[in-house]
Design a protein around this ligand. Structure first.
Ligand code: DC
Length: 239
């Protein structure tokens, strides 16, 4: 069967990663979390003194350090989910914490960094059969993706889901208000930045998942995949 690339974009904490991961597993595709790459770079900045006192990023230093930042993914054999490695160190837990979340938006708005990340993301996907999630996948990374999905949900619902997730990971300290504020801040930042702002690609299908659960969302995505593949195979037969 013909393989395609699938772009899943959307607002922060909208459940797009869960959907993209599970979809990739079911259809036997490779899942790539592009947000994890920006998070890993943010962690590198924190660990190496690249954050100025006023919380801006020392871009000059970051540019010089870029060749020393190596990110790769490995599959967790137990969960079947990918783990993010920064310079060969498992950073999966650290990159999900609030310290990284609070600084990842300005880091991901840096033009030269985006250029490098997009290049690496495109290289990882040359053979097709990839589900990648992020903010600019349908617009910049895979402008020709055969299937583009754009996921949204209200900020309050996203904050509640995120807090529930943090609690299941044992984080009792972060409050709902803190998370909601971070989500609203990131929405604003992601949509209004000059470099690749978050926007729905003209040919993306929008899914507002505020009132559906994870299973319903996944079923919807699997149906979309089959529809797209059906069309692709039809097109090939017609040729
Ligand atoms: O999906 P996430 O919340 O883990 O992403 C972390 C941050 O990285 C988010 O604030 C937006 C940014 N990001 C981006 O600018 N482009 C992407 N392709 C993926 C994420």
């Amino acid at each position: 069967m013909k393989k395609i690339n699938i772009a899943v974009d959307g607002v922060s904490s909208s459940g797009k990663s869960t959907m993209a991961k599970d979809l990739a597993k079911i259809i036997g595709y490779l899942y790539i979390d592009s947000g994890a790459m920006y998070r890993a770079v943010t962690l590198y900045c924190l660990q190496n003194g690249l954050i100025n006192d006023d919380k801006t990023i020392n871009e000059e230093k970051l540019k010089a350090e870029l060749p020393n930042i190596h990110i790769h993914f490995e599959l967790d054999t137990e969960t079947g989910r990918p783990i993010t490695f920064l310079n060969n160190e498992n950073v999966e837990a650290e990159i999900r914490g609030m310290e990284v979340s609070a600084l990842v938006s300005p880091v991901s708005a840096i033009g030269f960094l985006r250029k490098e990340m997009v290049k690496q993301q495109q290289e990882m996907s040359l053979k097709k059969g990839v589900v990648m999630d992020g903010r600019d996948i349908g617009t910049v990374v895979f402008p020709n993706a055969e299937l583009k999905i754009f996921v949204t949900a209200s900020p309050e619902i996203r904050a509640k889901r995120r807090v529930d997730e943090l609690r299941t990971r044992g984080n009792e300290d972060t409050t709902y208000e803190e998370v909601l504020e971070n989500i609203k801040y990131r929405d604003h930042h992601d949509r209004n930045r000059t470099e690749s702002p978050l926007r729905k690609a003209d040919d993306a299908i929008e899914l507002d998942n505020s009132s559906i659960n994870i299973e319903q969302q996944l079923q919807w995505a699997v149906d979309m995949y089959h529809k797209t593949i059906g069309k692709q195979d039809g097109n090939n037969r017609d040729r």
